[in-house]
Design a protein around this ligand. Sequence first.
Ligand code: IMP
Ligand code: MG
Length: 188
Amino acid sequence: MPAKRPSIHPDLDSILVTEAQIKRRIKSLAKELKEQYGDKEFTVISIINGAILFTADLLREIENPTRLDCIRISSYRNETKSIGTPQLVHSLTLDITNRDVLLIDDILDTGKTLALVTGMIRKLKPKSLKVCVLLDKKGRREVAFEADFVGFIIPDRFVVGYGLDFAERYRNLPCIGVLKQHLQKLAD
Ligand code: IMP
Ligand code: MG
């Protein structure tokens, strides 16, 4: 029987990362985290909404004791490009002073969001702070920022799925794909 090819959502131009590739990479990222933390407890801070699916799947591969908190950032975007300074919309509820903190986001693009959030977290005096992102668009950096753990380096294309959205849609797709060009426009 011929191998079953993943069916492609009609709004996608192409699939950049398949569901199977995501699953495999998450297992290997969990091993990298094990090398970092051993059996120690750490506190996960997930930047919602984008990192929801990635955080949920990664956490299930981790056996360490973990604490989980979420923060919400609004990044002002003009259709598919970030145009302003990101703002904190919902802050932490856990105390992270003297804790090992792992910050998780969906994608590292211009670097503005993670530069802002790591600056804010450092002021709360964690014992350590590491950053894990599923995707890294290396070519788009506007502020110098590198993540400690990166799932996939991708080219400068606007992607959706597996937590990433366009106008809050497509977060539920199990893979990461490039949205068709004519759909990269906001409705009035
Ligand atoms: P940065 O502040 O420019 O690094 O942008 C980070 C945020 O922009 C991410 O957390 C995403 O919410 C959003 N973003 C950047 N690139 C994409 C993309 O290709 N698709 C969907 N959202 C994106
Ligand atoms: Mg985001």
